[in-house]
Design a protein around this ligand. Structure first.
Ligand code: NAI
Length: 675
């Protein structure tokens, strides 16, 4: 992983990497432990100290060498991203060369070297492990290996694209690099990227044994004959590379150059040798790190990491949350309950009757099984996760809850009724969070006995995948209650933004405003498909009209009306008319499109209702809609709904699919002078 420098510098004399001479068994160690950083991210000093330690090891001539981390449950992260900020292309290229040089020295040692992976080893951390002859990984819940750079618009540039291919062959290596995949210990073993997985208590002993018996690495290029053939035989390799390029182009739609450059580096190394491959790696790294896309993506990551702490600014003290209540175990509620259980919390859920509860629990089970199948959690852990959730048709068990999330129908009467029932049983210090998508929290809380403990926690769907939670802080909210909601969001592994109260808060408001402008375009006679196509070609994940069909027309109409009413504008009339005619969305009779199997066509009723003849022009559409989005975001900042432009960028990218390579609405506005 590439990381951001955490703490201020501490004593300059303590090295970031030190050589520990051989013990009785003949095994020496290099211990990496940056004194001023929690995750051992790579900076200039760490590389210098590592180079010295390698030189010391070379002259000491031990029987074997173990590379270990001095951090309790962290092996090593990637480059310290703060160093890339403002760096020139040459600087970035030089940084990559320097790390390559150090790892080449390590790889060239005449005795067996083994990495003791005791926690996350992502990006540059995994490249270090790959430069060792062998790798042993501790079986801990947080241990992961992977080359995750392409997600940041970069490529592995310390030999990662070269060594991984030589270790496991072209097909699997490309899959890991292009997918930026992170592997749990078991999956890492199965993929052949580590030699052994052991209990954390015996990691160092096991690593030492492997150093004595493992021998130097050889470039096998895959486990099976087919993998090796594809890796080493030029004609077969050419086919595999060209297929990978085609797939990548289709997936990235030309917006993200990094995966293609990673393929280039792999190709160069296999056809022209390691030195050429390394050369290609560092050249690509220099270009990508200083490109606008690279800068926007790394900046988003830095801001996301920082947000986990920054979100607490100006709030009170968070209370611990071990027990969570969920009211309404429907689509969102079951996702929320499952995420809480994955985070280790005990969950008590309530829905209207036993059948609804059973349905919710069954989807929690399904989500958890799926997570285990995909390797996101271990199978043993999956059983524990479902064991943490129980439910019933009443509020039994809720008096122990530290925080309750309500996810019942989007109807203010229903939400108020739930709150009044909750207030009768909850502890005085328990927090109530509403997952409404648009209703102002202040209105939901009106009439409550203790409105100050009622906040918003707006999740995004599907909950297990979407990384954002919008925490809504109504006027008069208890600062400790808001902090508790933020801490819970962080415990869920999500990024929280804290926004002011109002119809649609920030995210639903900007999205609905943009969608309303898309309706206006249809009213001006622009074809439905033309609008959606223009937006996906611009980099949005789905077009606005397709999105309305997917969330359902009644839901979209409700959100649109809530916001329109508050801003004294017309509501989305076209959606209401369509819904009245029985067009309720993709799964329910169609909407802006009619669906027939996999095919979809624009719904002619839309044009008939609006009295327009559609034109298929796409010029200027995406720019206009994106600008509408950006302007509304700017209004949210001016009105104090948003605390900062950073939170506005994160909310839009992580919650709404604003194209990440553009860096978010505020970054986009700054670059294009939109004010
Ligand atoms: P849903 O219809 O799937 O689930 C609602 C659940 O609440 C149902 O299981 C229903 O039986 C239960 N329920 C209704 N009244 C109840 C009561 N008095 N006590 C206990 N349970 C009760 O709806 P969905 O989509 O999960 O939405 C729930 C909330 O989440 C809404 O406020 C919605 O606006 C919000 N939301 C929805 C998103 C989405 O994409 N669907 C995204 C973000 C928020």
């Amino acid at each position: 992983m590439i990381a951001e420098r955490a703490a201020p510098t501490s004593p300059a004399e303590t090295p970031s990497a030190r050589f520990v001479p051989a013990d009785g068994t003949g095994i020496a160690r290099i211990v990496i432990d940056r004194p001023d950083d929690a995750v051992n991210s790579v900076d200039v000093r760490l590389l210098d100290d590592l180079m010295h330690a390698i030189a010391a090891a070379r002259s000491a001539r031990p029987r074997g060498l173990v590379i270990a981390s001095g951090k309790a449950d962290q092996f090593m992260a990637g480059a310290d991203l703060s160093l890339l900020r403002g760096a020139s292309q040459q600087d970035a290229e030089r940084a990559s060369r320097r790390m390559q040089e150090v790892l080449e020295e390590l790889a060239a040692l005449p005795f067996t070297t083994v990495a003791a992976i005791n926690g996350p080893a992502l990006g540059g951390g995994f490249e270090l492990a790959l430069a060792c002859d062998r790798r042993v990984m501790a079986d801990t819940p947080n241990a992961r290996v992977g080359l995750t750079e392409v997600r940041l618009g970069l490529i592995p540039a310390a030999g990662g694209t070269q060594r991984l291919v030589r270790l496991i062959g072209l097909p699997r290596a490309l899959d890991l690099i292009l997918g930026a995949r992170q592997l749990t210990p078991k999956r890492a073993l199965r993929a052949g990227v580590v030699d052994e997985v052991v209990h954390p208590a015996v990691l160092l002993r096991a690593t030492g044994e492997v150093a004595l018996t493992g021998g130097k690495a050889s470039a096998r290029g895959g486990r099976t004959a087919i993998e090796r053939a594809i890796t080493w035989l030029a004609p077969l390799r050419a086919v595999a590379l060209s297929q990978a390029r085609k797939r990548t182009l289709a997936e990235t739609r030309g917006f993200y150059p990094a995966p293609l450059r990673a393929i280039d580096a792999v190709a160069a190394g296999l056809s022209r040798g390691m030195a050429a491959g390394l050369e290609e790696e560092s050249r690509a790294f220099g270009e990508l790190a200083t490109s606008q896309t690279g800068r926007n993506l790394t900046s988003l990551l830095v801001r996301t990491l920082r947000q986990r702490r920054a979100a607490f600014e100006g709030l009170g003290a968070a209370r611990p949350v071990g027990r969570v209540g969920v009211v309404g175990l429907g689509f969102m509620g079951s996702g929320i309950a499952q995420s809480a259980a994955v985070a280790g919390m005990t969950v008590r859920a309530r829905d209207r009757d036993a059948a609804a509860v059973a349905k919710g629990i069954s989807s929690i089970r399904k989500l958890t099984t799926e997570a285990a199948r995909k390797g996101a959690i271990e199978r043993r852990e999956a059983t524990r996760v479902t064991g943490r959730v129980s439910g019933g048709p009443d509020l039994a068990g809720f008096r122990h809850a530290d925080l309750v999330i309500e996810a019942v129908f989007e109807e203010i009467g229903a939400k108020r009724a739930v709150i009044s029932e909750l207030e009768a049983v909850l502890r005085a210090d328990a927090v109530i969070a509403s997952n409404t998508s648009a209703l102002p929290i202040g209105e939901i809380a009106r009439g409550a006995r203790h409105p100050e403990r009622i906040v918003g926690m707006h999740f995004f769907s599907p909950v297990h995948k979407m990384p954002l939670i919008e925490v809504v802080r109504p006027a008069g909210a208890d600062p400790d209650a808001v902090a508790t909601a933020v801490a819970t969001a962080v415990a869920f592994g999500k990024t929280p933004i804290v926004v002011g109260d109002g119809p649609g808060f920030y995210t639903t408001r900007v999205l609905s405003t943009m969608i309303a402008d898309a309706f206006a375009l249809v009213g001006e006679g622009v074809a439905i498909e033309a609008i959606d196509r223009a937006m996906t070609e611009f980099g949005w994940p789905v077009g606005p009209l397709q999105l309305v069909d997917e969330v359902g027309l009644e839901v979209a109409a409700h959100a649109g009306e809530t916001i329109a009413k508050a801003r004294r504008m017309d509501g989305p009339g076209i959606v209401a008319s369509l819904a009245d005619e029985g067009f309720r969305g993709k799964a329910r009779g169609g909407g802006f499109y009619l669906y027939e199997g996999r095919k979809r066509t624009a719904n002619p009723r839309v044009y008939a209702i609006l009295g327009v003849t559609p034109r298929a022009t796409t010029g200027g559409i995406a720019g206009r809609l994106t600008t509408t989005f950006v302007r509304e975001a700017q209004r949210c900042l001016e009105e104090g709904i948003l605390r900062s432009a950073d939170e506005g960028d994160l909310g839009a990218v992580l919650g709404l699919g604003f194209p990440p390579f553009l860096g978010g609405p505020f970054t986009y506005a700054r670059e294009r002078g939109i004010s």
